[in-house]
Design a binder for this molecule. Structure first.
Ligand SMILES: Nc1ncnc2c1ncn2[C@@H]1O[C@H](COP(=O)(O)OP(=O)(O)OP(=O)(O)O)[C@@H](O)[C@H]1O
Length: 804
């Protein structure tokens, strides 16, 4: 274990030696506690996977600059070490090991979708697995899957060590509580029997015992927070790996239609679940232990009758409280959902602020947000109301009923057993006054100890009841978390298309996925690969029917057709975002290819080895990533990949100049400037930046989806020519006829609802016929010009006559 491999602290060495030579058990106990105090720091710092640069060693400016640009070190085993700047002077190294696909695949069977028969087949995946949230076997199954597959995957994990330490301190606290109860009784006994020395000794011990007691309390809180944080980290990393999976899964893309408010699930729900689980362990273990130990302690002095009464008390209490406990789990689920809706509303206004401002839509947005907030608050208020009755009953039962029962139980030994003995002793007539005092002192000691134990017992009972409520809330949160995980695990992935040198679509029906992700066993056909495939009968009419085309390098294609006809839908199929339907459908795409690239035809820079992506899509809405100006150009690559590629800033500047954005680094204060680029760049600048990415990556095929609509025609033309000169084959989706001349093929989607399409060569017979038709039309119109002119003259003549 890493903790034990560290050199032993000199103070610990000294204490261990003292421990060996210590005489009395009490001294040994004190030495042991002091040793634990010193070891604590080392044990607790053990499970953290953040290695700090040694204290005092500051990072060099280069290291800091690298860290600021999010550089990571790629390790040999495939993991990464992220360099995170901290306190402006240090760099923290955070090792990140991605979860292997085989681990994800082996976990998938543990997260099946639980379908409810009451849900109709047309409802989505997530809705179909809404399960009752209570303490039932479903909950246990879900909890077990999340804990043992993700949160604490192995008994040798650091989380286990933390749980063991937490358990140790929880037991220690209970043991110390019993010690305190005993000592309390002893002090009062010495006081009653006027034993000054004993009283002072007891007081001294009291202060000594206070040290480990208070320390134990703070350690319990500390370890609980640590466990919660570690569990949250594990879950978050796991979910990130699943959620942000690359093709063919693209779960972040497909989950949108399945689960609303995914951000709420990933952020707030994961945190709440980790907190609830870590808190519940302590809240359950401690009072359970307390109840067991205190009960065994009490039963010694209460005798059989008292013990039976004590258990009768427990039974009645549990019955009453179960009857009045509301469905906290279900309430927690609804609260989390409403919280998510409100949060999503606030996020939307933040994102679309400018659009809302142009419409001056603040008042309308306020209405929407207020409505979402009021729905949430109404629910939270109703929970508070439900809680009043529950907490009132709980307080009454735990505080007053238990205390009354406690008095009764204490009276058993005092009034019956001991009184008889005392009377018997007094009746003997040979007792001295001192012995009577002794009896009273012992009776007081028993009373004080028992009373303290009973108070602690009442406290433990209260905590157990709270833990029951927490358990129900955990059940609710578990349902939410499980819903997220099972949805992520069960999203059908797109079939991997064949790789070739050309883009080829054969007999493809382009269909809106809508009902395409129902993984219900009744509606889904399972393919030979075990992945769920969608029943064809469920799908709506195709936007484009039986599409077949082959696109070789250099055969630039333009896709056109009226709005909403399905042009982008074709691009989605080409990019592998949508499935290709049809009994004989097949898609093949070119894969990445290694190439030696010289930066630009005119450049003096040395050429470099570069892997050109097969297909690169520039979407209709320009996307700006969080990060520096440099990050915008190289997206989806990061700074580390840029550095590793050996490409230079000079080359990036050339690329920006090619898209007429050469002024940006100066205007924005350099390549490293971080801004909200979505707002800083104009619409046209964002579109040019998107083309700069195409020039940077140099894909074999680039799909440009109306991504130059805000760029002036001359600039657009120059960018098109440059892309072609770089050897990029263009697939342009556009309604602008002026772009046709840069392409060799034209795919026209007719858009009459039949899904028909035509593929023609630009400048080919069909296009010439089209032009001829247009010329005939225009000539016919020109012939009418003479008639219109004479009519104008006629009208002007009439007006002149009227004026006279
Ligand atoms: N995720 C989706 N869910 C439901 N319908 C969708 C979805 N995506 C697209 N559609 C519908 O499919 C049709 C085709 O959409 P597409 O974006 O391909 O149109 P387009 O031809 O590119 O139009 P435009 O020229 O306006 O960009 C539209 O009617 C659209 O409403």
């Amino acid at each position: 274990m890493a903790v034990l491999s560290k050199p032993v602290h000199p103070n610990v060495q000294l204490l261990l030696e003292n421990y060996a030579s210590a005489g009395s058990p009490r001294t040994r106990l004190l030495v042991l506690l002091a040793t634990l105090l010193i070891l604590r720091g080392r044990i607790v710092s053990g499970p953290i996977d953040v290695t700090k640069v040694p204290r005092g060693k500051r990072a060099s400016p280069e290291e800091l600059a690298d860290a600021l640009q999010q550089v990571y070190i790629q390790e040999k085993d495939g993991s990464k070490t992220l360099l995170v700047p901290y306190r402006d002077q240090y760099v923290t190294k955070v090792p990140i090991s991605p979860i292997s696909p085989s681990k994800l695949a082996s976990d998938a069977p543990y997260f099946p979708i639980i379908s409810s028969p009451s849900i109709s087949s047309s409802q989505s995946l997530a809705k179909s697995k809404s399960t009752p949230t209570g303490l039932n076997t479903t909950f246990l199954h879900q909890l077990r899957s999340i804990i043992f597959r993700i949160a604490i995957p192995s008994w040798r994990s650091k989380e286990t060590l933390l749980v063991v330490m937490h358990s140790f301190f929880l037991v220690l606290r209970t043991v110390l509580s019993i010690g305190v109860a005993r000592l309390d009784g002893r002090i009062v006994r010495d006081l009653v029997s006027a034993d000054g020395k004993g009283f002072l000794r007891g007081l001294g011990l009291w202060f000594l015992l206070a040290i480990p007691s208070t320390y134990t309390n703070s350690m319990i809180r500390h370890l609980q927070s640590k466990i919660s944080l570690r569990i949250r980290t594990r879950l978050t990393r796991y979910i990130h790996d699943l959620y942000l999976s690359s093709a063919p899964h693209l779960r972040y893309y497909h989950i949108g239609s399945e689960l609303e408010g995914v951000d709420q699930y990933i952020t707030a729900d994961v945190e709440a679940w980790a907190d609830a689980l870590a808190g519940l362990y302590g809240n359950l273990l401690k009072p359970t232990l307390d109840t067991l130990l205190f009960t065994s302690q009490l039963s010694r002095s209460l005798g059989l009758r008292g013990t039976i009464l004590l258990f009768a008390n427990y039974y009645v209490t549990a019955k009453i409280l179960r009857a009045v406990t509301p469905a906290f789990g279900r309430l927690a689920v609804v609260e989390a959902r409403l919280e998510g809706e409100y949060r999503a509303g606030v996020g939307r206004v933040g994102r679309e602020g400018e659009e809302v401002a142009f419409y001056d839509g603040g008042a309308r947005e306020k209405d929407i947000l207020t409505r979402a907030y009021l729905r949430l608050i109404k629910h939270v208020n109703s929970i508070y109301k439900i809680r009043i009755a529950y907490e009132w009953t709980e307080d009454y039962v735990i505080k007053y009923l238990w205390s009354a029962a406690g008095y009764g139980l204490i009276a058993v030994p005092l009034l019956i057993t001991r009184t008889k003995k005392a009377i018997g002793v007094q009746a003997g007539g040979d007792e001295t006054g001192g012995r009577v005092d002794n009896v009273v002192a012992h009776r007081t000691e028993t009373y004080i100890s028992n009373r303290r134990l009973l108070l602690s017992l009442a406290d433990a009972g209260g905590r157990l009841m709270y833990a029951y409520k927490d358990l129900l809330e955990l059940a609710g949160l578990t349902t939410r978390l499980y819903t997220l995980l099972s949805t992520l695990h069960n999203l059908p992935s797109m079939p991997v298309s064949a790789e070739g040198d050309v883009i080829q679509l054969k007999n493809v029906d382009v269909v809106i996925p809508g009902s395409a992700l129902i993984a219900d066993s009744n509606d889904t056909l399972t393919g030979t690969d075990g992945e769920p495939h969608v029943s064809e009968a469920k799908l709506s009419a195709p936007l484009v029917r039986d599409l077949s085309l082959i696109l070789r390098e250099g055969e630039h294609l333009m896709i056109t057709g009226s709005n909403g006809v399905g042009k982008t839908a074709v691009a989605r199929v080409l990019a592998g975002l949508w499935d290709a339907h049809g009994p004989l459908a097949s898609v093949s795409r070119p894969g990445p290819i290694a190439d030696d690239i010289s930066p630009s035809p005119s450049s003096t820079h040395a050429s470099y080895a570069w892997t050109r992506p097969g297909v690169f899509v520039v979407p209709q809405r320009a996307y700006m990533v969080t990060g520096s100006l440099l990050d915008q150009v190289i997206y989806p690559h990061g700074y580390a990949q840029f550095k590793a590629s050996g490409r230079s800033l000079e080359e990036l500047r050339e690329i920006l100049e090619a898209v007429f954005l050469g002024y940006l680094p100066e205007r924005e204060g350099g390549w490293g400037t971080r801004k909200e680029w979505r707002d800083v760049l104009s619409g046209g600048e964002k579109q040019r930046m998107a083309l700069a990415r195409v020039f940077y990556h140099r894909p074999r095929f680039a799909i440009l989806d109306e991504c130059t609509s805000a760029v002036s025609s001359d600039v657009e033309g120059q960018m098109y020519e440059r892309a072609k000169a770089m050897g990029i084959t263009l697939i342009t989706i556009s309604l602008r006829p002026s772009l046709m001349k840069y392409h060799k093929q034209l795919l026209t989607l007719t858009g009459d609802g039949s899904g028909r399409w035509t593929l023609s060569r630009v400048g080919g017979a069909e296009e010439r016929m089209e032009m001829d038709r247009e010329i005939v039309e225009l000539e016919a119109r020109l012939e009418e010009v003479g008639k219109w002119e004479s009519r104008v003259e006629e009208l002007e003549g009439l007006l002149r006559v009227r004026d006279v």
